[in-house]
Structure formats: C-alpha cells, structure tokens
Write a protein that binds this ligand. Structure first.
Ligand SMILES: Cc1cc2nc3c(=O)[nH]c(=O)nc-3n(C[C@H](O)[C@H](O)[C@H](O)COP(=O)(O)O)c2cc1C
Length: 169
C-alpha cells in the first residue's frame, strides 16, 4: 500500500491509448468504497469520454487544459441536500481512492479542483453543471483527468515531516 501511495503523482500529459471499460469500472468502484460521514455516500460520478465534452471541460479553468487530451475525465460531485456538512470531505475520499486505483492500473491521473468560484466571481461549478446537465443542488468537487501517461512521471517525497506532532503540538 505505501508503495502505491508513494508512487502516485499528478500526470498532465497523456498518450492516445484508450482506457478500457474494465479499468474505468474498477476506478469508479474504488471511489464508491470510500468512507463517508454518517455513511450517507452523497457522491455522484460522471464519466466523460466524449471528445467535445472533454474539450469544453478543458476550458473550465486555466489549469484544466489537459482534460482535452486525457481519454477519460471523471467528474466527482456531492449532493449537498443529502449531506450539507460532509459532502466535500466525502468527495475528497472518493477522489483519493480513484487516484490510487488508477495508479495501480498503470494509469495517470490529475485532481482538478472545481468547487466554488474564482476571485473574479467566475462560477466554475455552474459551467460544469450546465455542460453536463448536472442538477443545481449537486456540488461539483473536482475533475479527474485519466489516461495512459505520455512519459514516465515522478512522484514527490512525503512531507513536510516536521508537521507531524506526537502527544501534542
Ligand atoms: C484540491 C486540489 C486541487 C487541485 N487542482 C489542480 C488543478 O486544477 N490543476 C492541476 O494541474 N493540478 C491540480 N491539483 C494537483 C496538485 O497540483 C498536485 O497534487 C500537487 O502539486 C502535488 O503533486 P502530486 O500530485 O504529483 O504529488 C490539485 C490537487 C488538489 C488536492
């Protein structure tokens, strides 16, 4: 487990090689095994493979451009009505499970934060909702780009270890 965790890295360049339906299903299943507050499981995952939709998702903000290149984009959402307090943490747990499962399958991924508006008031969530027909009460936590890495990537060392405290700060 620690090897899989340590070797994961954010991949932002993808080859043309397709991601199989089996791999997509395993990644989604890994997400659906996440823990959630009160076991509400308020999440939804939209699997986007369509070229035109991915090209539009790539424009959602300036750090999402590679969604046009990755053969799959997972859109991880949370039902704020079902769990107004924990939906965000629940979605984060789903996302990390999916990143790790994809890495285990030899696939590259990148977590692309969507939730909220930017400093100029541009509503990234509304853009994604409108594009994919997501209902208004569903919050959009993140996109996950996914595909075969174009080249070998490098993971970062763990840290900062000085932020680990024992028996108090
Ligand atoms: C909440 C969150 C939002 C992120 N948003 C983006 C993003 O919009 N675009 C991007 O390229 N990377 C994004 N990342 C990836 C981080 O930049 C990356 O995880 C970090 O630099 C550490 O690198 P590593 O994932 O290779 O360990 C995001 C990560 C998190 C957890």
């Amino acid at each position: 487990m620690i090897k899989a965790i340590a070797e994961r890295y954010s991949c932002r360049a993808y080859s043309d090689k397709a991601v199989t339906d089996e791999d997509v299903a395993e990644i989604v299943e890994a997400g659906m095994h996440a823990p959630s507050g009160m076991n509400v499981r308020p999440w939804h995952i939209v699997v986007v493979r369509d070229d035109k939709l991915r090209a539009e998702l790539a424009k959602v903000h300036q750090y999402a451009g590679f969604c046009a290149q990755s053969p799959v984009v997972f859109v991880v959402c949370g039902d704020e009505v079902a769990s107004d307090h924990w939906w965000l943490e629940d979605c984060a747990a789903v996302i990390e499970n999916m990143l790790l499962q994809a890495a285990d399958l030899g696939l590259g991924t990148c977590w692309i934060g969507i939730r909220g508006s930017n400093e100029r008031g541009y509503d990234r969530e509304a853009t994604v909702r409108e594009l994919l027909g997501i209902p208004d009460h569903i919050r959009v936590s993140a996109l996950i780009s996914c595909g075969h890495p174009a080249s070998a990537g490098k993971s970062k060392p763990a840290g900062p270890m000085e932020n680990v405290h024992h028996d108090g700060w």
